[in-house]
Design a protein around this ligand. Structure first.
Ligand code: FE2
Length: 361
């Protein structure tokens, strides 16, 4: 048996949304993604429309069904807009799928070809937490703008310096975290990524447990959260209630200039979590000397954290839907390979203020 599933990287993330046309406009105008491809009735796809957005190595696909009969509607009704597929690009989709199934994964899609005038891809998929799936896609030699079935539909936008996906966090039900960590270990050959964040996290009110799973090449990082009992409702529990199940909580996007990227996103209308002024009274004692300008960091309300290998800069958007579910993180790494545990308290207290405003605390 092959020990390691030959996954190279996250290929794309597909969101199922109520109105992909408007969502695509939002991600273009607010986050600076360019549109690169489209599939829908005009390209011969009768039952849905998909927009492909890209910024450097980040690819998002936004898909909406075109009739009440379409199975995507059940997902939308239950979850609202959210992540359906965290796709892996690999050399041999059949081999990845067969190995995953042999190791106990559930089938989401059996291996099949998708072909158009530019070539063929091989696609298969397994289920992960909630109604989320991982597709395996091998499209070696394919020369179209994205994947078979899509046509070029270029709308260029000025990017904001978002480079690639750093990590994607899954929220799972209370008591299920270890089960899903075991899934990533036994099915996908992932390892637990030991970092200094790897402890239970709590504030005065909320609590959660979190572990980070990583692919053997350390390229793919999936922290898994579960709610824990606290004085009031965990923010992870709030997510699970509003998403009506487990799902992707946030997608962290890497930048090489946190302050500049956050400033550009704010100017474009992206809403970030409020960081209290008190945060900046304590942060410099905690993180010490950094290369960035402290006043700019404070102005953009960026969060800073340090571990034994360096530091990181990060900030979290508010949820990008009306349901308090999926949000984004903007992260810059300066040596640190962890996830900002030192900020969790400051961050969660900020999230809790939002949660309280929604009457869910
Ligand atoms: Fe994160």
């Amino acid at each position: 048996m092959v020990d390691i599933l030959p996954i190279r990287n996250i290929g794309h993330v597909e969101l199922w949304v109520g109105n992909a046309k408007q969502a695509a406009y939002y991600y273009r105008k607010a986050f600076g993604f360019s549109q690169v491809a489209y599939a829908g009735p005009e390209t011969g796809l009768r039952d849905r429309a998909s927009y492909v957005l890209r910024q450097h190595k980040i690819t998002l696909v936004l898909t909406t069904p075109l009739s009440s009969e379409h199975p995507i509607n059940a997902h939308l009704k239950k979850h609202g807009d959210g992540v359906r597929d965290i796709s892996f690009s690999c050399d041999d989709a059949d081999a990845c799928f067969a190995l995953a199934i042999e190791r106990g994964a559930e089938v989401a899609e059996d291996p099949h070809d998708v072909t158009d005038a530019h070539g063929t891809m091989r696609r298969a998929a397994i289920k992960t937490y909630g109604d989320t799936i991982h597709s395996f896609i091998s499209s070696k030699g394919y020369e179209g703008p994205f994947l078979p079935g899509y046509e070029e539909a270029l709308i260029e936008e000025q990017g904001v310096g978002l480079l690639k996906i750093d990590h994607i966090v899954g929220n799972v039900e209370e008591g299920k975290m270890q089960r899903w960590c075991d899934f990533y270990t036994s099915v996908l050959g992932f390892e637990q990524f030991l970092s200094f964040d790897d402890k239970d996290i709590s504030t005065e009110f909320t609590a959660l447990r979190s572990k980070v799973m990583t692919s053997p090449n350390k390229v793919v990082k999936f922290p898994i959260n579960e709610p824990a009992a606290g004085r009031k409702k965990s923010q992870i529990q709030e997510y699970i209630e509003f998403y009506e199940g487990a799902g992707a909580q946030h997608i962290a996007l890497l930048t090489e200039d946190e302050v500049k990227t956050v400033a550009a996103l704010r100017a474009r209308g992206v809403e970030f979590l409020d960081v209290p002024d008190s945060y900046y009274q304590a942060v410099w004692d905690r993180v010490g000397v950094i290369e960035e300008n402290r006043e700019e960091i404070r102005r953009e309300r960026v969060l800073v954290d340090r571990d034994d290998k360096g530091y990181l800069l990060q900030l979290f958007t508010k949820p990008v839907e009306d349901r308090p579910t999926l949000f984004f993180e903007i992260i810059q790494r300066r040596g640190s390979q962890s996830f900002g545990k030192g900020n969790f308290r400051a961050l969660f207290e900020s999230i809790e203020r939002e949660q309280e405003r929604r009457g869910n605390l």
